[in-house]
Design a protein around this ligand. Structure first.
Ligand code: PA5
Length: 358
């Protein structure tokens, strides 16, 4: 596909049948609404329970599960109880009546999450569900458990604001963390600016998201983040390349990747020259991490077809993380257009879920 298609609204609209680009553009408004939804949900009984909570578990897969990853990354410096993410059928042994469980599923019908929910019920956990409906909402309602009801009609991965921000708001309401109003305000302001910068009517030469997509076209993205901030953004970029752009992509995390993957870029250079390395960084990253990334870059950059360094924007951890994630969302959608593919359908996920339910 010609790169110029990215500036052609007619051709883009033809490919983007379910209008994902518009949903991505509206993400700042989605975040605003998500905060209101999180603040409005009744939490009767849970206010007192908070003092008894010894662990927090987030159940969720794919586009829903990433809400837990983001929450953990953001809050690990602040939470006084461990927060774990469960991305399978079985919940860990330690889960009991002193565990607060968030069951997050956009559709409400994801079987791993439903299995985790049932086990959490059996173990008398305190459970809050975040969903558009489905079996999860039915089960929770039948038991009189709180449900954060979010709007339906978009792809789960496009609903990140709805899926993640209520967790943050509720954890603050229950006293696990300090209120995040200031950080949320800063993040949404930044997202609004980014939404304009990466908008489809902003032409390629002035649009970082389109430019990045055009450089990644025909290449396999390898995305590296660092533990404590951009690790979850690297994972999100990889998943968005997979689901929106329909291309393979891989990710890893500093410092762990220095103990294995760094060695791997030795042979197969004719293959790795078709890969582009993307480094997700922050100007204030810890000095030890900064040194590692700088040295690693020198050691391996020749092995790739191209290298991109993306710097987080904003001051709070929330703003920085969302700024990285938001750019990746736009890039993955523009890249889908370059491949001539609609970013919305995820046919294989649907087929798999259907066959598993038969
Ligand atoms: O983005 C997607 O469509 C997937 O990653 C889904 O989020 C994943 O399959 C889980 O489904 P749900 O979010 O409905 O629980």
């Amino acid at each position: 596909m010609e790169i110029s298609i990215l500036d052609d609204a007619g051709k883009v609209a033809y490919i983007d049948r379910a209008d994902m680009l518009n949903v991505v553009q509206e993400f700042p408004a989605q975040c605003q609404e998500a905060v209101c939804i999180g603040n409005a949900v009744p939490l009767e009984g849970l206010e007192d329970a908070a003092a008894e909570i010894r662990s927090i578990l987030v159940l969720g897969m794919g586009g829903s599960g990433v809400s837990g990853d983001i929450t953990r990354t953001l809050l690990e410096d602040e939470l006084r109880v461990p927060l774990l993410i469960n991305k399978s059928y079985e919940v860990p042994q330690f889960v009991n009546e002193n565990t607060l469980v968030f069951a997050v599923s956009y559709s409400g019908d994801t079987e791993e999450t439903l299995s985790g929910f049932d086990q959490a019920v059996e173990r008398n956990c305190k459970i809050i569900s975040v969903t558009t409906g489905g079996k999860l909402a039915k089960k929770a309602r039948a038991l009189g458990l709180p449900v954060v009801r979010i709007p339906s009609g978009i792809q789960p991965r496009s609903a990140l604001g709805y899926l993640f921000l209520p967790l943050l708001v509720i954890l603050a309401r229950l006293g696990f963390i300090a209120g995040k109003d200031r950080e949320i305000e800063e993040a949404i302001g930044l997202l609004q600016t980014q939404s304009k910068m990466y908008a489809p009517n902003n032409v390629l030469e002035k649009n970082m998201a389109k430019e990045l997509a055009s450089r990644l076209y025909g290449r396999l993205p390898i995305v590296y983040g660092y533990s404590g901030l951009s690790d979850v953004a690297a994972f999100r970029w990889k998943c968005q390349f997979n689901e929106n752009s329909k291309i393979p992509s891989f990710w890893h995390v500093f410092p762990e990747l220095n103990h294995n993957e760094t060695v791997s870029w030795e042979f197969l250079e004719d293959i790795s020259k078709n890969f582009n390395l993307i480094l997700l960084r922050d100007e204030n990253e810890p000095p030890k991490i900064k040194r590692r990334i700088d040295i690693t870059k020198e050691l391996i950059e020749q092995k790739f077809g191209g290298i991109e360094t993306i710097w987080a924007e904003g001051t709070s951890k929330l703003a920085k993380l969302l700024s990285l994630i938001y750019l990746g969302d736009f890039v993955s959608v523009y890249l889908a257009f370059l491949y001539g593919t609609d970013p919305s359908p995820v046919e294989r996920i649907g087929v798999l879920k259907k066959r598993l339910s038969e």
